[in-house]
Design a protein around this ligand. Structure first.
Ligand code: S3P
Length: 428
């Protein structure tokens, strides 16, 4: 396994960085651009491995896409212009690609096979397969289509009412994408509000979707028009530097143009409640709200994170666990069993890897208990192929006394190819 020596025992972090484009929004910009009629231009696109998987799947479906760095041009085909792929569609490590693609493919008049890497092969798919089958989709796969590879025979779909058993934006979005191709109306009820980028993007492409509290309504037979999408910086990427600045002495870091959609900004609320020195300057913007975030080192105290806050910071929990390891007292994270079915079982990977570095952290059935303010030491750790575990460990290393070596550092390319470059830029 490839390993990387991480920078440790850092004096301070200072300076400013422009956070790369949001992963969730980048995926959706390609999908809706392909399903719209006419041309779509995307700026500040995230050229991470996950979003490149989405582009390659749509190319296989016959969509012409030009991508150069952070700029993308898509020649949309409309809902009825995609073609049957000749080969298996490879989603790589991307849960968002596979789950949202299922909703799109379910309504097409051809068949397709979806597959991904080892991590994707372990992630549950019936949460999407079951509702799509209720709409009339034909889907097969390992263990009754719980696992990849998945075979989808697209066809006519019927709108329906569905109460989501888990709070999941991927499941919600897959059903919305199927609903856009179904007869009649589809009504989706969320147990807790999750990220709403799909709903916002439908409106940006001239489509119609209604939202009333946690109930969403969408009708079939809509036509989307190509448009221009500017992707804001990813708060889930900014989170690593927010925590890094808070826990490293003498630090002040400015993170520019970060998406501040309230369905994603739970980490800001949590950091404030833990006593972090954090200020926000909102920028005028159309579509997704954005702003600059300034974080300075501070004394932190433990907190409890649970309930409807969880979907608003689900991807930030690994790095919040690190933050809590440097806060006075106990931090309890609960109602987060979904962490078990992310790129890795993040309850286990966070607890195991942070323990190696000297944190006092206990896994529970639905979260973590962290007994804070423990000095971190060196050690051999690994990302387990999970980008967010890799970045969290690189941030932990900044305050570790001793050598830290990270196994499988390349996993970070999934969402933040420039991560180490940006980190080095901030280290004084
Ligand atoms: C995502 C939704 C979340 C998140 C994932 C991206 C999305 O997953 O963890 O990184 O783009 O819709 P769930 O919706 O499964 O919770």
């Amino acid at each position: 396994m490839k390993t990387k020596k991480l920078q440790t025992n850092i004096q301070s972090l200072r300076g400013s960085i422009a956070i790369p484009g949001d992963k969730s929004i980048s995926h959706r910009s390609i999908m809706f651009g392909a399903l719209a009629e006419g041309e779509t231009t995307v700026t500040n696109f995230l050229p991470g491995a996950d979003c490149l998987s989405t582009i390659s799947c749509f190319r296989q479906l016959g969509v012409h896409i030009e991508q150069e760095g952070h700029q993308v041009r898509i020649e949309g085909k409309g809902f009825h212009g995609l073609k049957e792929p000749e080969e298996v569609l490879d989603v790589g490590n991307s849960g968002t690609t596979i789950r949202l693609m299922m909703g799109i493919l379910a309504g097409q008049d051809f068949s397709a096979v979806l597959e991904g890497d080892e991590s994707i092969a372990k992630r549950p798919m019936s949460r999407v397969v079951n509702p799509l089958r209720e709409m009339g989709a034909v889907i097969d796969g390992r263990k009754g289509a719980e696992y990849t590879p998945l075979f989808i025979r697209g066809g006519k779909l019927q709108g329906f009412r569905y109460e989501l058993p888990v709070a999941s934006a991927q499941v919600k979005s897959a059903i919305i994408l199927a609903g856009l191709q179904a007869e009649g109306e589809t009504i989706i009820v969320e147990p807790e509000e999750t990220r709403d980028h799909t709903e916002r993007m439908i409106q940006e492409f001239g489509g119609k979707i209604e939202k009333d509290g946690q109930t969403i309504k969408v009708s079939g037979n809509q036509v989307f028009k190509g448009t221009t999408i500017h992707v804001p910086g990813d708060i889930s990427s900014a989170a690593f530097f927010m925590v890094a600045a808070a826990i490293t002495e003498n630090s002040e870091v400015v993170l520019k143009n970060v998406g501040l959609n309230s369905t994603r900004s739970g980490i800001i609320d949590v950091m404030k409640s833990m006593g972090a020195d954090i200020s926000i300057e909102m920028k005028a913007s159309e579509g997704e709200p954005t702003g600059d975030i300034t974080v300075r080192s501070s004394r932190l105290k433990g907190t409890t994170i649970s309930g409807d806050l969880i979907p608003r910071l689900i991807d930030e929990i690994p790095v919040i666990a690190l933050l809590a390891s440097q806060a006075e007292g106990i931090t309890t994270i609960k109602d987060a069993a979904e962490l078990k079915v992310k790129e890795t079982n993040r309850i286990d990977t966070v607890a195991n890897e942070l323990s190696i570095l000297g944190a006092d952290i206990t896994p529970t059935a639905d979260g973590l208990i962290i007994n804070g303010r423990k000095a971190l030491n060196g050690g051999m750790v690994t990302s387990h192929g999970d980008h967010r575990i890799g970045m969290m460990l690189a941030v932990a290393a900044l305050i570790a006394d001793g050598e830290v070596e990270l196994g499988d550092p390349d996993a970070i390319d999934v969402s933040y190819p420039q991560f180490f470059e940006h980190l080095t830029h901030l280290i004084q």
